[in-house]
Design a protein around this ligand. Structure first.
Ligand SMILES: NC(=O)c1ccc[n+]([C@@H]2O[C@H](COP(=O)([O-])OP(=O)(O)OC[C@H]3O[C@@H](n4cnc5c(N)ncnc54)[C@H](OP(=O)(O)O)[C@@H]3O)[C@@H](O)[C@H]2O)c1
Length: 235
């Protein structure tokens, strides 16, 4: 497994939920972190202040990707991984989803991550062991609820992004993994009732899974990790 020492990782949406749990966990393991958020002042102080920086990043504002990457290079001089975590679930139902909802989900769940990875690519290449961990969803694996068609479609697009990164980055040692959780206990699901056959995963479980994927060597290729909290015949 790769050692965290000296590896610089970007985490988007690090101010709460899965992103915050990931930032805390990776920080405790000794990674150097560049934490992105729409309002970086909302990112809680990490225990080890020396090994991290914060920066503004808004998935809906194209130019913020290059600015975040440049600031990270200025501070740390390298980038070894990007955790594409920030995302929104706005529904986008087949019958009544609005164009605005659907556009925003594609902008935040697919296009923002695409611009961020594009900006980081030269540095992931020079790392020789660049990693992209894309927090997609089981909704990116199957269309289970017509009420969230727009979300599901944007997460299917995000899955395609992971595969494109795998193809393009292969010869330069870049490896990309989609992490596909079912329901997780965060603000995103605070109004979602838990069905009787299911429970909500802890964000810390997703953070552990992300750290596992980040640490795999170039020779261990894992395209997808699916985490379910209920029985489904295929996963
Ligand atoms: N919770 C679940 O059940 C579940 C299941 C499967 C997959 N996921 C995925 O896991 C990821 C993290 O979600 P979560 O559960 O931790 O939800 P969350 O607590 O709602 O966090 C969402 C994060 O995304 C950020 N974000 C929203 N719009 C943004 C934008 N335009 N630019 C940059 N950041 C933006 C939020 O920042 P602000 O605070 O500024 O809004 C926040 O940091 C998402 O990609 C989500 O789709 C979640």
């Amino acid at each position: 497994m790769l050692s965290p020492e000296g590896r610089v990782i970007l985490v988007s949406g690090a101010n709460r939920g899965i992103g915050l749990a990931t930032a805390k966990h990776l920080g405790s393991l000794g990674y150097e972190l560049s934490l992105g958020a729409r309002q970086p002042g909302n990112i809680p102080q990490m225990e080890n202040r020396k090994n991290h920086m914060t920066h503004h990043w808004d998935a809906e504002i194209h130019g913020t990707s290059a600015a975040w990457v440049e600031a990270t290079i200025e501070r740390f001089g390298r980038i070894d991984g990007v955790v594409l975590n920030a995302g929104v679930e706005l529904g986008g139902s087949l019958e009544s989803g609005t164009e605005e909802e659907i556009d925003r989900m594609f902008a935040i769940n697919f296009k923002g991550p695409l611009w961020l990875v594009r900006a980081a690519l030269p540095y992931l290449r020079s790392s020789g062991k660049g990693r992209v961990i894309n927090v997609t969803s089981l909704a990116g694996k199957r269309m289970r609820k017509h009420e969230i068609l727009g979300y599901s479609a944007s997460k299917h697009a995000a899955m395609a992004l992971t595969h494109a990164i795998r193809q393009l980055g292969w010869d330069d040692g870049i490896r990309a993994t989609s992490i596909c959780p079912g329901l997780v206990e965060t603000r995103m699901t605070e109004n979602t009732a838990t069905p009787s056959d299911q429970f909500k995963l802890e964000p810390e479980t997703i953070a552990e899974t992300i750290s596992y994927a980040l640490a795999l060597p170039n020779s261990a290729v894992v395209a997808e990790i699916l985490l379910n909290s209920r029985y489904e015949p295929m996963f």
